[in-house]
Design a protein around this ligand. Structure first.
Ligand code: MN
Length: 231
């Protein structure tokens, strides 16, 4: 009889809003730039840049965030999270929303100094994006109950001072376009999450900072940045 040589990792999951069910997380895809930050040509739609975080980076957006190692620029990025509920490969834009199970608000936490260092020499971004706890996410709200958001304020404040604010209708790539484009690169699976990019205003976090953020109609959260661990 075949058996594992040790217990496999428990499946990472997120709570479903207004339910005792949980959403099992398969993979986490992230979109690099999806709002105009004022540093790109008006109306330009560059080719969307996707990267990944491991499912193990997903945590509930509550309580205290661990301060990651190896960074002096630990940055917040508030993002709409799309939760995929149905497998699909080469999905058309017209059918893309049928593959969406729900939505949440999340943070694409980033070690910006490591990202800049990687970009400077053409290395991958993983050290900047794929650390433990780098994807705090609110409970997922199902499409079945809440539908698909067309608009809604997306915002983030630190210690009561607003740093990021935009609206979902300002996204350069729509959810249907993102799901369709991603599915032409890889077969999407139920349980995949897609973080859809952040508005301008990203900045560094310090120990003890209190982050409040959310997306109107989708979810809000408050988390506190923990202390650095001694090396
Ligand atoms: Mn991001």
């Amino acid at each position: 009889m075949n058996h594992f040589v040790f217990e496999p990792l428990r499946t990472c999951s997120l709570p479903v809003a207004d339910s005792d069910a949980r959403f099992p997380v398969a993979r986490v895809f992230c979109l690099g730039r999806n709002y105009h930050w004022g540093d790109s040509p008006n109306g330009a739609r560059e080719v969307p840049a996707f990267f990944m975080k491991p499912a193990t980076s997903v945590i509930d957006a509550t309580g205290e965030l661990g301060f990651p190692s190896q960074t002096d620029q630990f940055c917040h990025e508030i993002e709409l999270v799309v939760a995929i509920g149905k497998d699909g490969f080469q999905i058309s834009e017209a059918q893309a929303l049928e593959h969406v199970w729900g939505y949440a608000a999340g943070l694409d936490l980033t070690r910006r100094d490591l990202q800049m260092a990687a970009k400077a020499v053409g290395n991958p971004w993983e050290p900047a994006k794929a650390f433990d706890g780098s994807a705090p996410i609110t409970p997922i709200r199902s499409v079945q109950v809440h539908g698909h958001p067309r608009q809604g304020a997306i915002w983030l404040s630190v210690n009561g001072v607003e740093r990021q604010r935009s609206d979902l209708e300002s996204q350069i790539w729509s959810v249907a376009e993102i799901v369709s484009q991603l599915s032409h690169s890889v077969g999407l699976r139920a349980g995949d999450l897609v973080m859809t990019g952040t508005p301008p205003g990203v900045a560094s976090l310090q120990e003890g900072d209190v982050i409040q953020g959310g997306i109107d109609g989708i979810g809000t959260f408050e988390v506190r940045v923990g202390s650095r661990r001694a090396a």
